[in-house]
Design a protein around this ligand. Sequence first.
Ligand SMILES: Cc1cc2nc3c(=O)[nH]c(=O)nc-3n(C[C@H](O)[C@H](O)[C@H](O)COP(=O)(O)OP(=O)(O)OC[C@H]3O[C@@H](n4cnc5c(N)ncnc54)[C@H](O)[C@@H]3O)c2cc1C
Length: 378
Amino acid sequence: MDFTFSAEHEQVRDTVRRFAETEIAPLVRDAEESERFPKDVFLRWGELGLLGVRYPVEDGGSGFDKIADCIVREELSRVSQGFASAWSAHTHLALWPIWRAGTPDQRARYFEPGLRGERIGGFALSEPDGGSDIRAMRTRAQAVPGGFRITGSKLYITNAPCADFLTVAARTRPELTPDAVSLFLVDLPCPGVDVHKLEKEGIRASETGLIHFDEVFVPEEALLGGKLGTYPIIIDSLSENRVGVAANCIGIARGAFEAATRYARERQVRGQSIGRFQAIAHKLADMAADIEAAKWLVYYGAWRVDQGTIDAATASKVKLVASECAVRVTEAAIRILGGAGIMREFPVGRFHRDALVYVIGEGTSEIQRNIIARSLEL
Ligand SMILES: Cc1cc2nc3c(=O)[nH]c(=O)nc-3n(C[C@H](O)[C@H](O)[C@H](O)COP(=O)(O)OP(=O)(O)OC[C@H]3O[C@@H](n4cnc5c(N)ncnc54)[C@H](O)[C@@H]3O)c2cc1C
């Protein structure tokens, strides 16, 4: 494959890096400590067109390809995965199905203000008994006159505590088939919907919730696309999302690697910088090689998405390699910093906690291995 980034891609990278370093970085410490996401950032993302990266210009988006989307993710995550998670849960998970299947009215109420950052969304799929296993989903939407009644619980939902609406997956029939699952748009706050904010070890700047739906009435207009069985839209976007999350992992790894390299140059022990000890230099060399290998696999995956040829096993390989790389690199960064690696004054501990979220979210490493192994027809 002959691949280089275009001038437009490089421009996207420069712009987002500058924005992340000047406007996001100063907010990170406070958001992490308070575990509160500064919601105004969504308006700023909207102004800059960053919420519409993956949507066509004619629909109000910025009209970029998957490679550009991965560049945006990488640069946001290099500064803060908490902020990048809030961004992607909204613009990719919550808005995507509305763009794909929403009625004109649903697009006007959720997608368009969502692109401007005026309304924040969350995507509620995972449940207490069904994270890796979608077939275990228990949340039900029962048809009643004029609409549906939703009952059930959703767990670990990014943005839920600060969201204005949720895209919610629920069963409309008892069978265990994906087409029996539909998506509903639920405005928040809403009578019968209880959102409990969770305390986390990773991506603390993003807010995560446990949600209970107690016989919540939603009108017929809340059913996405006005028709049952819209769940396959989610299945369709899984591979693309996994490539996207892998780009986030490269950003996390780069953030930690850069911090460790700076430290290795500056920290003096026995009259020399620690980077001059071969043990430290080799660690940094391994980290650099690890990131480089994972990065090009991610951009190969993004290119396959743009060509329309991505398959589930390739997307799983991309996600597995990049997320495990981020865990290795961020742990090595802590070791290089010694005691400073454990202190909050330095970002490497945060990068490591955040990397661990991504060997779990969007399908755990074990689930990725299952998918890859299936493709081997053993
Ligand atoms: C910070 C955070 C934010 C999240 N945001 C969202 C969100 O916005 N929306 C949303 O819907 N979900 C979200 N999730 C949920 C996430 O997708 C799930 O946590 C993930 O899919 C794993 O599900 P689980 O936690 O129930 O783990 P489990 O499914 O209980 O897995 C536990 C362990 O068992 C292993 N395991 C399970 N099944 C198999 C199998 N078949 N073969 C081998 N091993 C297996 C897993 O790999 C894991 O090691 C978020 C999670 C986190 C941590």
